[in-house]
Design a protein around this ligand. Structure first.
Ligand code: PRP
Ligand code: URA
Length: 208
């Protein structure tokens, strides 16, 4: 059964409110997406593996902990790219895999156009990032690709989710924990999240 965590930290709620505003310009939108992803990344990786390492302080040798280097950050293109730098600042030696998907405007179903993953994906903790979980089609397809290529330990992180997408994702991949910045009300007739923030890719890249 998936763990579904809706981040209720005041800073995340504050920043998501600004992110939603139609008056927030592209530069600020990018900065906020990065900051929220950073806060979420900290919380969503509480259970990642550590190994013991020896460290020498100015006084003595002691044992410390080292975060595993076996992390893969997997943005769903394009909008997932807006969350990558935040995770790389937390995990500088993480590898990055890209999965290119777009939603067909008529059917709203995901169409794959690119997939390039790090080696030994089966050994890594894969953190799939996409700002929006709407119908859930893109997240499910991306995680299907990852699993087909051997990935086992997968987390999904999004800034905004619709209840419909959470249900679809957790039913399709009950082994994947889902971290959400804000759980919104619903999807509209065009499968956009309401209240949402509009088209995340367009807002991040200024292609409105
Ligand atoms: C958006 C978003 C997700 C997807 C979510 O991408 O970034 O990938 O829609 O919708 P779903 O849950 O209904 O699949 P979009 O298809 O607009 O592509 P883009 O990132 O290239 O703009
Ligand atoms: N994709 C987006 O970018 N926004 C939505 O609200 C739904 C899907």
């Amino acid at each position: 059964m998936s763990k579904v965590v809706v981040m209720d930290h005041p800073l995340i709620q504050h920043k998501i409110t600004i992110l939603r505003s139609k008056d927030t310009p592209v530069k600020e939108f990018r900065a906020l997406a990065n900051e929220i992803a950073l806060l979420m990344g900290y919380e969503s990786t509480r259970d990642i593996p550590l190994r013991d390492i020896e460290v020498e302080t100015p006084l003595t040798k002691t044992m410390g902990k080292e975060v595993t280097k076996d992390i893969a950050v997997i943005p769903i293109l394009r909008a997932g790219l807006g969350m990558v730098d935040a995770l790389l600042s937390l995990f500088p030696s993480a590898k990055v895999g890209h999965i290119g998907l777009y939603r067909d405007p008529e059917t709203h179903k995901p169409v794959e156009y690119y997939c390039k993953l790090p080696t030994e994906i089966e050994e890594r903790t894969s953190i799939v990032v996409d700002p929006m979980l709407a119908t859930g089609g893109s997240a499910v397809a991306a995680i299907d690709f990852l699993k087909a290529r051997g990935a086992k330990n997968i987390k999904f992180m999004c800034l905004i989710a619709a209840p419909e997408g959470v249900k679809v994702l957790t039913e399709a991949h009950p082994d994947v924990d889902v971290f959400i910045g804000s759980l919104d009300e619903k999807l509209n007739d065009h499968c956009y999240i309401v209240p949402g923030l509009g088209d995340a890719g367009d807002r991040l890249f200024g292609t409105l």
